[in-house]
Design a protein around this ligand. Structure first.
Ligand code: GCU
Length: 127
């Protein structure tokens, strides 16, 4: 089945902003989380049934330094994931994660764990 796309610019942003000053994004922009520990983007995604699901995070990191983010689903930490450099801010890459979802609405929060904050985030695809 086709993935459902959740654009980061429509998600909840804490310490950051939706921007469009780099190319190649989906939708109307991407989220630039502030360069501080704890800045986040939180998606609300819907699942038809409970279970383990694959999500794809599209991101850009124009630095050569990893920008790890913790992944929390419905408030529970799932893992901390690496988001290594993509070459420049116009070059996007996919990070695939497995997350445990409930039936109905779920929050998926991506929080930068270093003072650099996370990478720029374009969208979350739920397959
Ligand atoms: C640059 C870039 C931003 C990015 C930021 C960062 O300012 O233009 O899109 O978010 O670096 O380091 O996070």
């Amino acid at each position: 089945a086709a993935a459902t796309r959740y654009e980061a610019e429509n998600a909840t942003i804490s310490q950051g902003a939706a921007e469009s000053n780099h190319s190649g994004f989906s939708g109307t922009g991407f989220v630039n989380a502030d360069n501080v520990t704890g800045s986040y983007v939180e998606f609300t995604v819907n699942a038809a049934e409970a279970g383990s699901r694959t999500v794809t995070i599209r991101y850009a990191n124009g630095t050569s330094v990893n920008r790890p983010m913790s992944v929390a689903v419905n408030g529970a930490a799932v893992q901390t994931r690496d988001f290594p450099g993509t070459g420049d801010w116009d070059t996007w890459a996919d990070a695939t994660l497995t997350v445990p979802l409930n039936a109905g609405a779920n929050t998926v929060r991506l929080t930068g764990t270093t003072a650099n904050g996370g990478p720029n985030v374009d969208y979350l695809d739920l397959s």
